[in-house]
Write a protein that binds this ligand. Structure first.
Ligand code: SAM
Length: 325
């Protein structure tokens, strides 16, 4: 029997195929599939009065609001807020801060798109979790085509149940592949996602590039050397520092040296589906990410301690466009 025949024989034998596969083979790819615990559902933000937004100016500057009424943003969002355990560490215990932090990121993406003359009719928020930023694209913008993806199936479950109907939530596995056509998005963004992708980094860049239309905006956040310097104000109780210490390859005093390598990966353990903290120097971003996109700007600490890489997809030659059609 040659190897091809042996494979066929096993496949045809129900006992053999059960023995070599988990009961639910999808679990190999979709971590958290078995997590069916009830969600904690917090009240919508439009049910909170003014007194709960007192720290608004620390999170959203008047300049970012650009003359728009803050209360109008609040009134436009009647959708529930996820409990702390489904917020990926963002603003535990502070629902209004969680919501405002997402609003600030939404406003920054829209401002970047406008600055580059990009009209936004379609958008993908890659690694969007339970929709901290995505919800604002849905409730505030009128963008007709909005997609959110994540590797954590529990987040997709939340989005399907509690986020506005114009959002299309899709699960993606760690293998870079999105169920979206070539050139279909005006904007792709990812907040605090490439800070956790190690092996498939360039493949994911290629995938985001594929779905973006020529001239479209790719808005990604990173840990870069500005993050490294900003981390000097933190101590061992901080979530990021704790995870970096866990692997035993990092010591606090290293922060007072320059970023030790062009690209650094610190591994950690957690129950969730990602297990690394990744740092990129600006030189690396230019040399490697610049192969996939035109880097317009790297904005230091534009997403809390993370920096934002603003990139556009280079214009595609007519022949490439024809073969994609
Ligand atoms: C720190 S959280 C940020 C969540 C969200 N972008 C936000 O700003 O609130 C990182 C998110 O990226 C997701 N993630 C990590 N690796 C991913 C991958 N390869 N593909 C899609 N999502 C991924 C995680 O499941 C998680 O929801």
């Amino acid at each position: 029997m040659n190897p091809g025949q042996r494979q066929r024989a096993q496949h045809d034998d129900p006992a053999a195929s059960t023995a070599c596969r988990p009961d639910c083979w999808e679990d190999d790819f979709s971590i958290n599939t078995l997590d069916e615990a009830e969600f904690v559902v917090r009240p919508p933000i439009n049910s909170w009065d003014e007194s709960h937004f007192r720290n608004r100016r620390n999170i959203i500057s008047d300049e970012l609001l650009a003359g728009q009424s803050f209360r109008d943003f609040v009134e436009r969002d009647p959708w529930p807020i996820p409990g702390d355990q489904d917020r990926e560490g963002y603003c535990a215990g502070f629902d209004t801060s969680y919501w405002m932090a997402g609003l600030a990121d939404y406003l920054k993406v829209m401002r970047a798109a406008t600055g580059l003359g990009i009209e936004v009719n379609s958008l993908l928020d890659f690694g969007c979790a339970s929709g901290r930023v995505t919800r604002h694209f849905c409730t505030q913008s009128g963008i007709p085509e909005i997609w959110g993806s994540d590797i954590n199936r529990r987040h997709i479950r939340w989005l399907c149940q509690y986020m506005p109907p114009q959002l299309k939530p899709v699960f993606n596995s760690s293998m870079p592949s999105l169920p979206l056509p070539d050139h279909s998005m005006d904007v792709t963004c990812a907040f605090s996602v490439f800070t956790h992708i190690d092996t498939f980094e360039t493949s994911w860049l290629a995938e985001l590039r594929r779905v973006l239309r020529p001239g479209g905006l790719c808005y990604l956040t990173v840990h870069n050397e500005d993050t490294w310097v900003a981390m000097r104000e933190l101590d061992e109780t901080n979530r990021l520092i704790k995870s970096m210490l866990q692997g035993g390859q990092f010591a606090m005093d290293e922060l007072w040296q320059p970023l030790p390598a062009e690209r650094l990966v610190y591994r950690f353990r957690q129950t969730g589906p990602y297990r690394s903290q990744v740092f990129h120097s600006n030189a690396y971003l230019q040399r490697v990410w610049g192969r996939f996109f035109d880097i317009q700007q790297i904005l230091p600490r534009h997403h809390q301690r993370q920096s934002v890489v603003l990139m556009t997809r280079p214009a595609t030659s007519q022949s490439q466009l024809r073969s994609a059609a």
